[in-house]
Design a protein around this ligand. Structure first.
Ligand code: MLT
Length: 263
């Protein structure tokens, strides 16, 4: 997988498949583009699929103090410009969804469709933001093993498949404590996106794992209600990461949505 220098950082990314229709996959916290392996394999048969690692996660470059959604959206836009991609369908899962809202705000003309997966539109409460700061400090002090211990039970369904636990722990281990801290600090200051939902004028799909406790189906219903014409798909047998826990129906939902979009 290639790495390129854009927007003052090194971005590592997947670029698979070819064709006139491009798809951008934006990963969850504290994982990296590798979480999309099953989707890249399926979608790249019909589309060019691009999936970056955010700064400090996976194999991308050193993060700043806070990886704000504004900065990460600039990184993504610079990467797409570098790859000469002018229009893209965006799928973002959780933090990737927060980032998708920002990509839409910065460059609506770039986006030809939005798949908002296991994410939510609201900003953090003061308590939520304080919790992220505490998490950031603990990640820096105790490292990625501690991060995995905290996150795995939240990311997966209550009785997770051991293979999914192993896969998620591996994805987390590929990051850096500084990248985890920066992502938490960036998410803590993300803006509320409810007003943004009403501005979305491209086809939109909302997807959620039925057993997601981090961004539960009720949040997905609010998202879908906020975007004109949005369709909601619930994935059974999956928590916050239906792309990993039940990849068949999840990938099918994305593939069907992308197939129906104009290039
Ligand atoms: C994620 O899965 O990206 C995060 O759990 C989102 C968050 O912490 O709000």
């Amino acid at each position: 997988m290639p790495t390129t220098s854009v927007n003052g950082t090194d971005l590592h990314y997947v670029d698979a498949g070819s064709g006139p229709s491009a798809v951008l996959l934006l990963h969850a916290f504290p994982l990296h583009s590798g979480m999309w392996a099953r989707q890249v394999e399926a979608l790249s048969k019909h589309h060019r699929v691009i999936a970056p690692d955010y700064r400090g996660l996976g194999r991308s470059g050193t993060p700043p103090q806070a990886s704000t959604m504004a900065l990460l959206a600039e990184d993504v836009r610079a990467l797409l410009a570098h790859l000469r991609v002018e229009r893209v369908a965006v799928a973002g899962l959780s933090m990737g969804g927060y980032l998708s809202f920002e990509v839409w705000r910065q460059a609506p003309g770039l986006v030809r469709g939005l798949a908002l997966c296991d994410t939510k539109a609201g900003a953090d409460t003061a308590e939520g933001a304080a919790g992220r700061e505490a998490f950031a400090k603990n990640a820096l002090e105790h490292g990625l093993g501690w991060v995995a211990d905290q996150m795995v039970p939240k990311l997966l369904k209550p009785q997770p498949d051991p293979a999914a636990v192993k896969a998620v722990r591996h994805l987390i281990a590929d990051g850096t404590p500084a990248g985890v801290a920066a992502a938490q600090r960036g998410m803590a200051v993300r803006p509320d996106s409810f007003a943004t939902l009403a501005t979305v004028s491209v086809p939109t799909l909302v997807v959620v794992g039925e057993e997601d406790t981090l961004t539960p189906p009720a949040e997905a219903e609010k998202l879908a209600a906020g975007v004109k014409g949005a369709r909601l798909v619930k994935i059974p047998g999956a928590g916050h990461l239906p792309n990993l826990e039940n990849p068949g129906p999840f990938t099918e939902a994305l593939a069907g949505f992308f197939a129906g979009l104009p290039a």
